[in-house]
Design a protein around this ligand. Sequence first.
Ligand SMILES: N[C@H](CCC[C@H](N)C(=O)O)C(=O)O
Length: 296
Amino acid sequence: MSPLANRRFLKMHGAGNAIVVLDLRGTSIRVASAEARAIAADAHSRFDQLMVVHDPVTPGTDAFMRIYNTDGSESGACGNGTRCVGYALLDDPAMARPAENGCLTLETKAGLVAVKRVTDRSFTVDMGQPRLRWDEIPLAEPFPDTRRIELQVGPIDDPILHSPAAVSMGNPHAIFFVERDPDTFDLGRIGPLLEAHPIFPERANISIAQVTSRDTIKLRVWERGAGLTLACGTAACATVVAAARLRMIGRAARVTLPGGELSIEWRADDHVLMTGPVFLEGEGSFSPDLFAGLDG
Ligand SMILES: N[C@H](CCC[C@H](N)C(=O)O)C(=O)O
């Protein structure tokens, strides 16, 4: 039987991004991709991202966090999920442990992030520094200027979308800036075509953004490994960085997504701060049946 059977999880969302939080600290259990897919497929534990909390690896950090998408793939970052983990490790009766001045340092395979409570249902995450060089994003070709890369959708002489910005927040993002409402684009059709485009050796999250003022952006996202979601924290961060690099905004903006609003600031020290809501929907435990017949 899977060691995940009967383990407790929190069902949450961050601005509509469906998140499941699982605490595996004190165990050597690792979640296999097939197990993550099985959890995502279950109505009670369906998620856009599964956030798994493990014992800390690097001294001075509070936990190591593994992040799984709906398709079982792993990501180095998840902004909305990190806020939910902040709630779980600071406020959940079973998961909470004392934290230095209410701030947690979490490690992922992409680096360190820090999360703290702002109010009982709002958290701020220091998402670290954006990665802007082509080989850090990564891209398959050496674009010297990643503020606009050569990629387009639609007829060569009249593209529907073209020249996206490329940014990594620990995970790869391509952001198309458009003049009209992002909702008028069929991202459900365009997203999967671009997610797996050869220019993105690790695939990519695909965003369509409209800068609506010097400090407001309307954003729609097709997420790598999860599809259309109601919000994507790292995409919001990547979009603010990209828009600031293109001088379309200052260094801070309110980003409106279908599931809610996130406040993003690209601080002068190059760290990107994201503030947004968390919602606890409930808790549950994984039925053993979920993992029946899974190999490995
Ligand atoms: N799908 C993303 C991970 C989750 C990002 C998103 N949910 C967020 O809040 O940042 C990826 O594979 O890079």
